[in-house]
Design a protein around this ligand. Structure first.
Ligand SMILES: CC[C@H](C(=O)O)C(=O)SCCNC(=O)CCNC(=O)[C@H](O)C(C)(C)COP(=O)(O)OP(=O)(O)OC[C@H]1O[C@@H](n2cnc3c(N)ncnc32)[C@H](O)[C@@H]1OP(=O)(O)O
Ligand SMILES: [Co+2]
Length: 139
């Protein structure tokens, strides 16, 4: 498996609107994307583009959102996960299944419309790590 680029840094927030204002007004980010719901993943999402990556703002959606406990621990929100790209998600899953890192749940479709899975933070030095298949290059 070849580790690809850092696709995004996930930032959990109690309010996407409030976080968008922080990135736009304090950091001068151009926030051009609209928030959207990902009910299957229990989050509302808004991407903030940077020249070489993205900030993925995520807000809980639904009573069993996977980020609720994180926000109980961090009421102001905070850095939640890192996401790296791979060319083949099935090959990446095989790679991790043969190793010492716990994979969290099934491979599912993430916010970029490509398959993803997560690696347990306790096996990744305290960093919840998302692996996503690179979007196919438009021809
Ligand atoms: C998928 C759409 C989008 C995309 O990019 O496509 C997203 O990225 S959405 C992101 C939200 N979805 C997920 O995070 C799914 C994977 N996450 C999980 O399955 C859980 O959040 C899990 C298992 C990592 C933690 O769940 P929970 O907080 O309910 O469990 P615990 O409280 O028992 O935590 C266990 C242990 O892990 C530590 N922890 C929890 N979250 C994080 C984190 N984000 N970063 C680092 N460490 C984390 C927590 O403090 C506990 O440690 P302990 O020492 O035992 O207290
Ligand atoms: Co993510």
């Amino acid at each position: 498996m070849k580790l690809g680029r850092l696709n995004h840094v996930g930032v959990a927030t109690p309010s996407i609107e409030r976080s968008v204002a922080i990135y736009r007004d304090r950091l001068g980010a151009e926030v051009v994307r609209e928030p959207f719901d990902l009910p299957a993943q229990g989050v509302r999402v808004c991407f903030v583009d940077t020249p070489n990556s993205q900030i993925e703002l995520i807000e809980p959606l639904g009573a069993d959102s996977p980020i609720l406990k994180f926000l109980e621990r961090n009421p102001e929100g905070g850095q939640h996960h890192l996401c790296f790209e791979v060319s083949d998600i099935a090959q990446a899953r095989d790679f991790f299944e043969s190793g010492a890192v716990r994979i969290l749940g099934p491979t599912r479709i993430g916010a970029h419309g490509t398959p993803i899975f997560f690696l347990h933070p306790k096996d990744m030095g305290g960093v919840l790590t998302e692996i996503m298949e690179s979007p196919k290059q438009a021809h």
